[in-house]
Design a protein around this ligand. Structure first.
Ligand code: GLV
Length: 321
């Protein structure tokens, strides 16, 4: 295609697809599901803007395939570990993400996993669906009482971590958080004790992870970290699979080093390690942290605004580089 165009490898929401078309450039759009790698590279050649999702790997191969006309990669996600930002920057390509519009939805899902794992919701659901005979009993299906002074350890006290902490306060949980460089309002600091990771892990009944995946956070929660947790504690991950050493987590769950886990993200997505599927006291969801209808509209709209701004020669609202 001679004229520079906008490449959208996967269908966004209807409103966002309309907004892309309204920008007045030719649009090449893929299907609902992710394109095969060959198709991705082929269709990128000659694009001026790419509005992609976290399932597209934007690396040097992709950037080279796109060619020198590429001006912006607008990711429909707050996390951008799928993008080689250094390589993009070297080629003068702007990279943008969608921070701020998915904090509530992701924090809601983290709370859902905390509640489900603590109070054994999937175990109970399975018991009934399996037609297992049961009767109410003083010892039946006991779980962790969040409101009886349980402590939540927030690893990464950024926007999403703070949104989880606000929700957990309503459940009467004590809040610990790792120190942060981001600006925290006086209100969000109330009732929060800041501790380094090792001590936070030792003192928490629930540990919830909210850091981005990068070279400094890969396998942050490794076997040593898991050993620091209480044997009654639960690990929640709605950030990125690679932040937790999955093999070590499976071992910890089977050995009873920790009591359970709630996971929305996995190392080899969309594959989930079979050992994880068989792990006890584990609640699993398929990376749906931001999958609220209104949230996805906001994410897609922001990504399109970012692409539009760069194409118009302006600064994008939420740049990464
Ligand atoms: C979703 O995982 C995101 O990073 O927005």
């Amino acid at each position: 295609m001679a004229e520079p165009y906008i490449y959208v490898p996967r269908q966004l929401t209807d409103a966002a697809m309309e907004a892309v078309r309204a920008l007045g450039h030719p649009v090449v759009a893929g299907a609902v599901g992710p394109p095969a790698r060959d198709e991705l590279l082929e269709r990128a050649a000659g694009a001026a803007a790419v509005v992609c999702t976290l399932t597209e790997r934007i690396d040097t191969e992709f950037l080279d395939a796109a060619g020198p006309g590429l001006r912006v990669v607008a990711n429909v996600a707050v996390g951008y570990d799928n993008i080689d930002v250094t390589a993009a920057t070297e080629r003068g390509v702007r990279v943008t993400n969608t921070p701020g519009v998915l904090d509530g939805a992701t924090a809601d899902l983290a709370m859902a996993l905390i509640l489900a794992a603590a109070r054994r919701v999937p175990d109970g659901d399975r018991l009934l669906r399996d037609r297992t005979p049961w009767v109410w009993g003083p010892r039946m299906m006991l779980g962790l009482d969040l409101s009886a002074g349980a402590t939540l350890g927030v690893v990464g006290f950024g926007r999403i971590g703070r949104a989880v902490a606000r929700r957990a306060k309503a459940f009467d949980m004590e809040i610990l958080a790792t120190p942060t460089r981001s600006e925290v309002s006086a209100e969000d600091r109330v009732g929060v004790t800041f501790l380094d990771l090792p001590e936070l892990l030792e003192r928490s009944d629930v540990v919830t992870v909210h850091v981005p995946l990068n070279d400094t956070t890969r396998n942050l929660i490794d076997a040593t970290a898991l050993r620091r947790m209480k044997p009654t504690a639960i690990l929640i991950n709605t950030a990125r699979g690679g932040i937790v050493d999955e093999k070590a987590l499976v071992e910890a769950l089977h050995a009873g080093t920790i009591a359970g886990a709630g996971l929305d993200v996995f190392v080899g997505e969309p594959n989930v390690a079979p050992d994880l599927l068989d792990a006890p006291n584990t609640v699993l969801t398929p990376h749906i942290g931001s999958a609220g209808t209104a949230t996805r509209e906001r994410m897609c709209a922001l990504a399109v605004r970012n692409a539009a701004a760069v194409l118009a020669g302006d600064n994008p609202p939420t740049p990464v580089n």
